[in-house]
Write a protein that binds this ligand. Structure first.
Ligand SMILES: [Zn+2]
Length: 150
């Protein structure tokens, strides 16, 4: 773990919208883990999350600005910045050994760089009902100016 705010070679720097909260994240499988979810919280939140191991995620600044939100079984831990309201990361209920990290908070990353994002079936949580592949569908994004991306 790094505690001096400098990302290692394989980790990405991240921050909330206002910059009060800063972190580094080492993704378990790059952007291949990018997911949305249709559970009651995620469908409102609308963020695309990528996976990081628990020891691959470090808050480097502003931990005191993070607020924890929990609901339903209160197992998952959803964190957001109390200043700007942006969701930064959450500890999963489905895999407590991982954090989900808001891809849009990561430096140089954008959910709009992903033409397709798998949407997990959050209505039927795997811990409640192990059935099917756990995928609700696919979200597609088509950029209008593909060769002039800013
Ligand atoms: Zn903030």
């Amino acid at each position: 773990m790094t505690s001096h705010g400098v990302a290692s070679e394989t980790s990405l720097n991240g921050q909330c919208h206002c910059g009060a909260v800063r972190f580094t994240a080492e993704l378990t499988d790059g952007l291949a883990t990018a997911r949305r979810c249709d559970c009651s919280l995620c469908r409102m939140r609308g963020a695309v999350a990528v996976s990081a191991a628990l020891d691959g995620f470090t808050i480097t600044q502003g931990a005191g600005n993070l607020t924890l939100y929990q609901f339903n079984t209160r197992v998952a831990e959803h964190y957001f910045c109390k200043v700007c309201g942006i969701y930064t990361h959450h500890k999963r209920r489905s895999n407590p050994n991982e954090f989900g990290v808001n891809i849009a908070c990561l430096e140089g990353q954008s959910p709009f760089d992903l033409p397709e994002v798998v949407v997990n079936d959050g209505q039927n949580h795997p811990n409640d009902r192990p059935a099917g592949d756990g995928i609700a569908g696919i979200l597609r994004y088509e950029a209008r100016h593909k060769d002039n991306k800013t």
